[in-house]
Design a protein around this ligand. Sequence first.
Ligand code: HEC
Length: 152
Amino acid sequence: MLRAILTVGILVAAGTATAQDGEGFIDYRQNLMRAIGANMAAIGDVLKHGLPVQDNLAGHAGNLAAHADQLAVAFGQRVTEGATDAKPGIWDDPDGFAQAIESFRAEAVRLSEAAESGDLAAFGGQVRELGLSCGGCHDNYRKPKEESYKRR
Ligand code: HEC
């Protein structure tokens, strides 16, 4: 059901956006990804150094779950030209992309639950699971490093 909603969301957004939004969409989705990356990195800092800021972990996990909910519309417009690493498959295979978002969302929600439980070992394990869902999407829908716009 959620998968269907996400797919419809992508199609509806694609139909209403205008061409000049293209650059803005690229910036927006990359900044969203950087926010996701920053929350993951912050969690990593807390765990790696055993920082006494563990009360913040639930907030970081909640941010990731919120960002998961923002991904479908962030990738709403098909923009494959310009300074972007998004592969055309995102729009050619909307069901697959929606599934990748859903996997990420489900793992982020589980991370929030692990944070609330206060069990740090379980939380650390779930961070790894969430990380796998990043890779699962990047492997299929993001250009490899060698082809990144950052290298141009
Ligand atoms: C549903 C697919 C998907 C998921 C899940 C996902 N990403 Fe991404 N990510 C992308 C795509 C596509 C791009 C390329 C966007 C572009 O360049 O337009 C990207 C780009 C990035 C970037 C580079 C942004 C830049 O500076 O250009 C970072 C960092 C990143 N992702 C981190 C993460 C992390 C960390 C996770 C998991 C916690 C994650 N992503 C989960 C699809 C995903």
